[in-house]
Design a protein around this ligand. Structure first.
Ligand SMILES: [Zn+2]
Length: 108
């Protein structure tokens, strides 16, 4: 698969997980406070991955506010299409590259 196509496919999948997570957050906010922990979906580019990332609503917000940032479990990063920009307990923050980054920018 050409690189640009891979980058696009990965970004599309990750944007899907991100909208799932935004939904989880909305529901959580209604019944919990910002320091409560929720199970968010790993935003890696593997469509088969259903692993949870546990973090507080506050932590999630801090990541979600930034463009082109996705949270993935350690080991789920795909260095062919993204760069690791930060790490926390058990998860990494990645930024898409190339065509993937452009797609994210368009759709955000
Ligand atoms: Zn994953």
């Amino acid at each position: 698969m050409p690189n640009a196509e891979r980058e696009l496919r990965a970004a599309q999948n990750q944007l899907m997980f991100r909208s799932v997570n935004e939904r989880i957050k909305e529901l959580g906010e209604k019944v919990l406070n910002a320091v409560s922990e929720l199970d968010f979906a790993c935003e890696c580019d593997n469509p088969e991955c259903h692993s949870p990332i546990t973090m507080t609503i506050e932590q999630f917000d801090a990541i979600d506010r930034m463009d082109n940032r996705f949270m993935v479990l350690r080991g789920h990063e795909d260095l062919d299409v993204e760069d690791v920009v930060a790490e926390d307990d058990g998860y990494l923050i990645v930024a898409k590259r190339g065509a993937g980054a452009e797609l994210v920018k368009e759709l955000s």
